[in-house]
Design a protein around this ligand. Structure first.
Ligand code: ACM
Ligand code: ZN
Length: 529
């Protein structure tokens, strides 16, 4: 081959794999021709299961591109949607030719992901006389990992039903499929439980909130509260399901339970009155795991939780439970003696086993933060790994693991090292996760190939101690969420420059979708490489 021919070949092959789509698809090839989507373009569905995904897509196009597309059954022209059972559950193909657009998915969920890709192509398309011109392309795509999640803490600050739905829309845009909903905390209990009304009456409101970090002595003097009724929760779960997002509830126990103790003080080790916590950090007051009445309470709560959430998983927290109260509590000490438990780590394991048995009775499985490993854990528990130091231990146990390591996945952290460009305000955490750090999450880092199968998925987490508005939620999640989404979906070599180029396109879609508060540190020059 001559040098000139080589240059042409390389240029063509570079073009052939170039795309604006995030997360990066498995295979992309350019096809001759182009197609113009106009207000007259029809979305044609081959069966009823595709009507709702098509309608949701039509809503996107209406608000983001200003075109109202009709959804029709078997119109056989325009944007054709079909299920092709030879493809995997989340797999899709997307073809744009001069004749139209065709999306096939292994299930309606696969079609939905094809539509998310098309949405990005439309956002980045060229304005033509009658509509938006899309270049010919053939895409084959499927995710690397089956669990791609985002955690939303609605306890440190409460967010409305509408805002939770906007969060779900963000998750859907990135082809993620789990909302891990952190519903209970020291600072507020947010889920209505009919059997225990005080959880809402008392536990959902704190009388005031500390100003600044925990070494501060000033408080704002303003009550903060909010909760979701069971009806609202059903509505949110349905909204998520229509976007192929599973909602996994977290009822964090035995730590992070002060709001429950404030509602029912018999749940604590000490016979004293508790208040919903008004500052951040870790409380020494935790559930008394010596008393049977605590386990009855947990079962009563979980029975209602299971009615609301169809997911086969339930997150039981398990993080940050200090041992101080258990060491002094006659009930807890008696439990340890009766059960032959050698220390308080084993007492927490005992509690985890008891809760796991409650879940198993209802056909559910537990997810726990990585502290559940201490003191021993059953193989059936899915470990959510957040502490970088426990990564190797968690991944060698043989348990299913969801990766959410702080140094890549904690979206409450700062995202820039330049104080002069820091628009993030006061923070609880002083650590930093840049866009590059988020992108660099590698699910298989330091693992042997035989361990890969234990990695169920990845997740980004949003703790909200210092995030009280939905504008700040957007600013923290976007675009770093795109980095985590890509880590969970895409295969092959990483290339941050190419990712950044695609994020630059995605920014336009964020704006069109009304997420105007996304962060721009990287694009403003905070390149940390
Ligand atoms: C956690 O960040 N406490 C899981
Ligand atoms: Zn106790």
């Amino acid at each position: 081959m001559t040098f000139a021919a080589l240059v042409v070949a390389l240029t063509v092959s570079a073009q052939n794999t170039s795309t604006v789509i995030i997360p990066k698809p498995l295979q992309v090839s350019q096809v001759k021709g182009s197609y113009v989507v106009t207000p007259k373009t029809v979305i044609s569905v081959s069966d009823d299961s595709l009507v709702r995904p098509a309608e949701i897509f039509a809503d996107y196009v209406a608000s983001e591109a200003g075109m109202t597309l009709a959804v029709e059954k078997n119109a056989k022209k325009g944007i054709l949607l079909a299920v092709d059972s030879s493809l995997g559950k989340e797999e899709y193909t997307l073809d744009v030719t001069s004749k139209g657009v065709s999306i096939k998915g292994g299930t309606p969920q696969g079609v939905f992901y094809g539509l998310q890709s098309l949405r990005q192509l439309i956002s980045a398309g060229t304005t033509a006389k009658k509509g938006i011109e899309l270049q010919g392309v053939s895409i084959k795509d499927k995710p690397l990992l089956g669990y791609r999640g985002a955690m939303f803490d609605v306890c440190r600050h409460f967010f409305t039903v509408k805002e939770v739905k906007r969060f779900i829309d963000m998750v859907a845009m990135h082809k993620m499929n789990v909302l891990h909903w952190h519903l209970t905390e020291d600072q507020g209990w947010r889920i209505e439980i009919k059997k225990y009304p005080n959880l809402i009456k008392k536990g959902s409101v704190r009388k005031e909130t500390i100003i600044g970090r925990n070494n501060s002595t000033s408080y704002d003097g303003m009550p903060h509260g909010g909760y979701y009724t069971q009806e609202e929760i059903r509505d949110i779960v349905k909204y998520a399901a229509e976007r192929y997002i599973e909602v996994i509830p977290e009822i964090d126990m035995p730590g992070h339970m002060v709001a429950a103790l404030a509602s029912y003080n018999y749940l604590g080790c000490r016979d004293e009155k508790f208040e919903v916590r008004t500052k951040w950090g870790i409380s020494k007051d935790v559930l008394c795991v010596g008393k049977e009445s605590t386990l009855e309470f947990i079962e009563g709560v979980l029975e209602e939780v299971f009615q609301l959430f169809p997911s086969k998983y339930s997150h039981l927290g398990g993080d940050e439970a200090p041992r101080d109260r258990w060491k002094e509590c006659p009930h807890c000490q008696k439990r340890m003696k009766d059960e032959g438990l050698k220390d308080e780590n084993e007492l927490q394991s005992y509690f985890t086993h008891r809760v796991e048995a409650i879940l198993a009775k209802h056909g559910r499985k537990i997810i726990g933060w990585d502290e559940v490993i201490k003191g021993g854990v059953n193989k059936s528990v899915t470990v959510m790994l957040w502490q970088d130091k426990r990564r190797l231990q968690a991944t060698t146990l043989g348990n299913e693991v969801i990766l959410t390591p702080k140094k890549h996945c904690y979206m409450d952290y700062y995202q820039t090292r330049r104080p002069d460009s820091n628009k993030e305000g006061p923070m609880f955490a002083t650590r930093i996760v840049t866009l590059l750090d988020a992108y660099n999450l590698n699910p298989y880092e330091n693992l042997k190939p035989e361990q890969y199968k234990n990695i169920k998925g990845v997740q980004c987490n949003l703790w909200t101690e210092f995030i009280s508005t939905f504008e700040r939620v957007q600013h923290k999640m976007l675009p770093r969420m795109a980095g985590i989404a890509e880590a969970g979906w895409s295969q092959g070599e990483k290339n941050f420059d190419d990712f950044a180029r695609r994020v630059n396109h995605l920014r336009q879609l964020y704006d069109k979708a009304g997420y105007h508060h996304y962060a721009t540190y990287f694009f403003d020059g905070d390149d940390e490489r």
